[in-house]
Design a protein around this ligand. Structure first.
Ligand code: SAH
Ligand code: SF4
Ligand code: F3S
Length: 469
């Protein structure tokens, strides 16, 4: 039993990060004929962690099921970024409980991910959800097989609240054989005042560039068409390691593996250098697409958020990117209703959005997270005002998304075809280099290939096209 501790999670020391090379072997007959059901909430980090979790469960012989009622083990990989993430989990947990009580008393229910790192959540699970068998944290994933095997149908909580280590030799069961996620760093040290991530994921730990390049080279050899380098602050890569490459240098080295398409998320405006912009512009296989969270257009609010840049600095960076990489798509994240955000503050956000005309944006109403500094601020802005602001912002964002997409009409663009489209009619879907979703006709045989597509229709959130001759 090891419970999460927010004070420990907040701590940042000089303690050196351990690079641990795992050498784990399990007997695949151990849980042969058993099935697991895995549900993932949250960001790409969690999606990729779930690929590790799947591989770990399958190393014991379990096979995957999409049906809860067929499962022997249920794993819920949770997100803690906003309150509604909690609501989603507890909703689904109700279904799991029902399943266990009515049909399968031996069902092992496991909860992991960022919510597992929260003191309040774990207390509630202990008090109100004793049927949950296992809670393991983001720092405990490498122990999963042992935790499952040791579970005696009592509740076991194994959550380290540490700064974290870096584990190598991890096996993944990747969701796709066309595109892959590659972690380049774990954790975050930015401590934006509203954000829970530095508490749930530990301190920033960069992987060694040699390991990253090895992993990407292996993916290239397996025929992967696209790699996305993953981290909460990818462009702060290497700053925590002496003699390590900078992010720009890493991009250059990874680009030289000849992976057809290279992407990266998420970049922090504060860490963006000219060298990075030039590198992205220089290499054809580094995709002209940058997710560059703005959060707010008001310097006053940005300061309270601890974002380390002003409105003007963001705009200067934005313009520099657009002039150096003219075809670059830029998307963003925006929070409305940060405590005491005034009408003027909000209007500054609107002003920046009008200047930048983002290709698209994820927009959120601020959600107080227990343990973060912003959660202690007394807020005078009503929820209805926040909702109105979100609505106004979204209308603007959507209009720019539509006009960004309309620029593609009648153009022929390269699209990496990923699979059958949910639009039916033998349509397939894929993404442009600028990360626009395209539904394509006449390309059923091109899954896994980058083909030229003529764009025939543009909507706010997707394009239609046909394979070009
Ligand atoms: N590391 C990335 C994003 C992390 S979380 C970055 O620095 O931008 C993804 C997005 O969730 C954030 O960009 C932010 O817009 C939003 N977010 C984070 N904490 C939030 C909170 N407490 N309330 C509302 N939105 C939040
Ligand atoms: Fe959260 Fe800020 Fe870190 Fe992004 S940079 S994960 S918003 S603390
Ligand atoms: Fe959510 Fe954790 Fe990602 S809080 S957004 S799953 S890092």
């Amino acid at each position: 039993m090891k419970l999460p501790n927010i004070k420990e999670a907040r701590k940042r020391t000089d303690k050196e990060v351990q690079y641990i090379y795992l050498n784990q072997e399990y007997n695949q007959n151990t849980l042969k004929d058993k099935k697991y059901f895995l549900r993932t909430y949250g960001c790409q980090m969690n999606v990729h962690d779930s690929e590790e979790i799947s591989a770990r469960l399958e190393s014991l012989g379990l096979t995957k099921t999409e049906k809860l009622e067929n499962a022997d083990v249920v794993v819920l990989n949770t997100c803690a970024i906003r309150e509604n993430a909690h609501d989603k989990l507890y909703g689904f947990l109700g279904r799991c409980k029902h399943e266990k009580e009515k049909n399968n008393p031996n069902l092992i229910i496991a909860i992991c991910g960022c919510m597992a790192q929260e003191e309040g959540v774990v207390n509630e699970l202990m008090k109100k959800h004793p049927y949950v068998n296992l809670v393991f944290g983001t720092h405990n994933i490498h122990e999963l097989q042992d935790l499952i095997l040791a579970n005696n149908h009592q509740q076991d909580i194994e959550v380290y609240s540490c700064e974290g280590n870096v584990y190598e030799n991890i096996t993944y069961k990747r969701d796709s054989n066309i595109k892959a996620w590659v972690n380049i760093q774990y954790g975050c040290d930015k401590f934006c005042t509203y954000c829970i991530v530095p508490y749930t994921r530990g301190k920033q730990r960069s992987r060694k560039s040699s390991e990253i390049i090895k992993e990407v080279t292996d993916l290239v050899n397996k025929g992967y068409q696209e790699v996305t380098l993953l981290g909460q602050n990818v462009n702060a890569y290497g700053k925590d390691l002496p003699n390590e490459l900078s992010f720009a240098e890493l991009l250059e080295q990874v680009s030289k593996t000849k992976i057809p398409r290279l992407r990266f998320v998420t970049s922090h405006p504060w860490d963006f250098t000219d060298e990075m912009i030039n590198t992205i512009a220089k290499y054809d296989n580094i995709m002209p697409y940058i997710h560059l969270p703005l959060q707010s257009g008001s310097t006053n609010i940005l300061k309270k958020m601890g974002r380390r840049y002003t409105k003007e600095e963001y705009l200067t960076l934005y313009n520099k990117i657009k002039t150096t990489i003219p075809n670059c798509a830029i998307t963003t994240d925006i929070i409305v209703g940060f405590p005491n955000e005034s009408d003027d503050d909000f209007n500054e956000t609107i002003e920046v959005v009008k200047k930048c005309q983002f290709d698209s944006a994820f927009t959120f109403i601020y959600s107080p997270r227990e343990g973060t500094p912003a959660a202690k601020i007394k807020d005078t802005i009503s929820m209805s005002t926040k909702e109105e602001r979100l609505h106004k912002l979204n209308e603007l964002i959507n209009s720019y998304s539509l006009s960004a997409n309309q620029k593609y009409l009648n153009k022929v663009v390269p699209v990496l075809i990923e699979g059958l489209s949910d639009k039916g009619n033998n349509k397939v879907f894929g993404y442009t280099d600028t990360m626009k979703l395209v539904n394509v006709t006449n390309a059923q045989n091109d899954i896994g290939k980058i083909i030229n597509v003529k764009i025939t229709d543009a909507k706010s959130f997707s394009l239609d096209g046909e394979k070009a001759e």
